[in-house]
Design a protein around this ligand. Structure first.
Ligand SMILES: [Zn+2]
Length: 181
């Protein structure tokens, strides 16, 4: 794949490593996401720390730790906000001369001739896994832009815009007013 050549920074050189744990750091920013066409996420600021545990010449355990934020638009009011991200993923890398055709999502097969394993596509998938089914301002502890919701409702239908307050709130306010008098 040619796009991988642009993502050299995401090559993990496993060839020649000693047994035991090794650390690698990556940064997933807007430039990283640009390599993926039509990505649902286009802005991110996520630091990834990869702990690669070489257990034998043929077996490696990869622990990815993600921390940072991705930039999303609220589905209701279109407000842009940063969603905090904190997650970890574990994968197994096997060195195998016969590349397995039955793909297991959690296993990376590399050839004994490979010196590097490019993890860019996995990191991109991890970013996409952060995407909630429904994006709302509440996820970032923000309140939706009510004016915008009303505008959007007016555009999408001729029905009455949603009232900010229920009739009961207004009734209660009236009652209180009369009580004071
Ligand atoms: Zn919102």
């Amino acid at each position: 794949m040619e796009k991988k050549s642009h993502l050299k920074a995401f090559d993990v050189k496993f060839s020649g490593l000693k047994l035991g744990k090794h650390l690698f750091d990556f940064h997933l920013n807007d430039d990283f996401l640009k390599h993926y066409e039509n990505s649902l996420v286009t802005q991110s600021d996520v630091a990834v720390s990869l702990e690669l545990d070489k257990q034998s010449e043929l077996l490696y355990i990869l622990n990815f730790d993600l921390k940072g934020s991705i930039n999303l638009n609220c589905d209701r009011c279109l407000t842009t906000f940063d969603l905090p991200v904190s997650d970890s993923y574990r994968m197994v890398m096997k060195v195998d001369s016969e590349m397995k055709s039955d793909q297991d999502d959690d296993i990376i097969f590399v050839s004994s001739h490979d010196l590097n394993c490019n993890v860019a596509d996995y990191l991109y998938e991890f970013i996409l896994l952060q995407l909630p089914l429904k994006v709302t301002c509440e996820m970032a502890e923000l309140e939706c832009d009510k004016e915008m919701i009303n505008k959007l409702n007016n555009i999408s239908s001729k029905e009455d815009p949603i009232e900010d307050e229920s009739p009961w709130t207004k009734l209660q306010e009236l009652k209180n007013k009369f009580k004071e008098d």
